[in-house]
Design a binder for this molecule. Structure first.
Ligand code: AMP
Ligand code: GLY
Length: 420
């Protein structure tokens, strides 16, 4: 079948790579893809959702997979479904789980799903009153989408008050900060847990861990994620079952009860405190770079899985994963995440790649002579697979040793929590 993948990052490239190995896949279109995705399929430069749906009809696309949150929160799924197209991802109503932190927190509260104690408000006095009741540090979040930057961990009450003030007055995050969430700080370790859902049933995928901070040792600013691995030994079966029973199941059931059935992949950002899971956030799509690690391990047909979920019936579907471990290390450009960097040519040594070590391309474009240029923030992910996390990680770092572009930066400790 012909498939359309919406997005242009490493996540979408990784999905394309997995689909290409699927016998059922005929042609892959990327809207809009990147400088390397043309090796997997055809890049299409259509941004408008109506036009893209018409393109899908014309080109006999039987399944569309949406990578990122922006098209989902803007309603791409509703537009495709109205034209009888099969599309993997939640409708606009269900995408509010990510699009609005206030909606998400109120939803968790209403259905007694564990999360940090909070208020949501657009009033600075109310914010101050609540801040005064919390222990330091204190977490302040803008309600709307801020590309992962809308969360401030304030070290003291004054800092929390200033952050709340800047958000509510529009100084930081403009409209996204008109409402804010203030919550208690949870101390523990984080997990990324994904469930594929058809709106009623769900399948939990191997548990991943991301590394959000820029620098080795979890220092520096937050980023979109500097590396991820799966499966993590930090998530025992017992803990995974608790997350499914207390967080995923009630969420899928409640969304259904509220007439916003969630189809697609639900990404639960979890903080584990003394063995108990709390919901930090929901995303309504795969994580990036978590998706790279998960698709590396998926051995059953990705098309069958995504298609069944998109069609609203997972009952006959399966998701089988290899027993191996996968470690993905992000290689970013020089100025990430502060500002754009000038494009630089990338070289990968010949014979550097094999089935246990390969490159997933993200922020890359094609130069005048067809050469690959590092042009985005997160440029590529070096993927390593192995029988153990240690071996997988070694493969990823050995591969990085064979990749060069000016200004490349990466963390040297991805998966450290698993190896302690
Ligand atoms: P979010 O976008 O809500 O997941 O927040 C981004 C990051 O901020 C998370 O991955 C956590 O590292 C951190 N964070 C968010 N909320 C809390 C909290 N209540 N306690 C501790 N850390 C948090
Ligand atoms: N890696 C975290 C995210 O995709 O939001």
């Amino acid at each position: 079948m012909n498939v359309l993948i919406v997005g242009s990052g490493g996540r979408e490239y990784a999905i394309g790579r997995a689909l290409k190995a699927d016998k059922k896949c005929e042609k892959i279109y990327f809207a809009s893809g990147n400088g390397a995705s043309e090796k997997l399929g055809e890049n299409v430069a259509i941004k408008d959702f109506e036009e893209l749906a018409d393109f899908a009809i014309k080109n006999d696309v039987k399944l569309t997979i949406v990578g990122g949150e922006e098209p989902l929160t803007k309603g791409i799924v509703d537009i495709f479904r109205a034209k009888n197209l099969t599309i993997f991802g939640p409708a606009k109503n269900a995408a509010r789980l990510e699009g609005s932190k206030a909606f998400m927190k109120n939803f968790l509260n209403k259905y007694h799903i564990p999360t940090a104690r909070y208020i949501e408000t657009d009033n600075l006095n109310e914010a101050k009153k609540f801040i005064d009741t919390l222990k330091e540090p204190i977490v302040v979040k803008a309600d709307g989408l801020c590309a992962g930057k809308g969360v401030i961990i304030a070290q003291n009450r004054q800092e929390a008050f200033n952050a709340a003030k800047d958000m509510l007055s529009g100084v930081s995050f403009a409209q996204a900060g008109e409402r804010i969430v203030i919550e208690e700080f949870l101390e523990g370790f984080e997990l990324s847990v994904f469930a594929i859902s058809d709106g009623k049933d769900f399948i939990v995928l191997p548990v991943c861990q991301d590394h959000k901070r820029l620098l080795t040792g979890d220092r520096g600013p937050n980023t979109g994620g500097m590396g991820a691995y799966a499966r993590t030994p930090l998530a025992s079966q017992e803990l995974t079952d608790k997350i499914a029973a207390r967080i995923i199941k009630p969420t899928i059931e409640a969304m259904n009860a509220e007439n916003s059935p969630f189809t697609g992949v639900l990404f639960c950002g979890i903080m584990v405190v003394d063995g108990e899971p709390y919901t930090l956030e929901f995303n309504v799509r795969f994580g990036d770079p978590e998706c790279e690690a998960l698709t590396a391990l998926l051995v059953s047909s990705p098309i069958d899985l995504f298609y069944a979920a998109a069609k609203g019936d997972l009952s006959g579907a399966k998701a089988t994963f290899s027993d191996k471990s996968a470690v993905g290390v992000v290689v970013a450009s020089q100025n990430y995440p502060y500002k754009p960097s000038d494009p630089k040519p990338i070289t990968v040594e010949q014979n550097a790649q094999n089935e246990n070590a390969y490159v997933i391309y993200a922020g890359v474009t094609k130069g005048e002579n067809g050469e690959l240029l590092a042009s985005g923030g997160r440029v590529l992910v070096a993927m390593g697979l192995g029988d153990t996390i240690k071996a997988a990680r070694q493969n990823a770092y050995d591969l990085i040793g064979k990749i060069r572009f000016e200004g490349m930066q990466f963390r040297t400790d991805i998966a450290y929590q698993a190896l302690q």
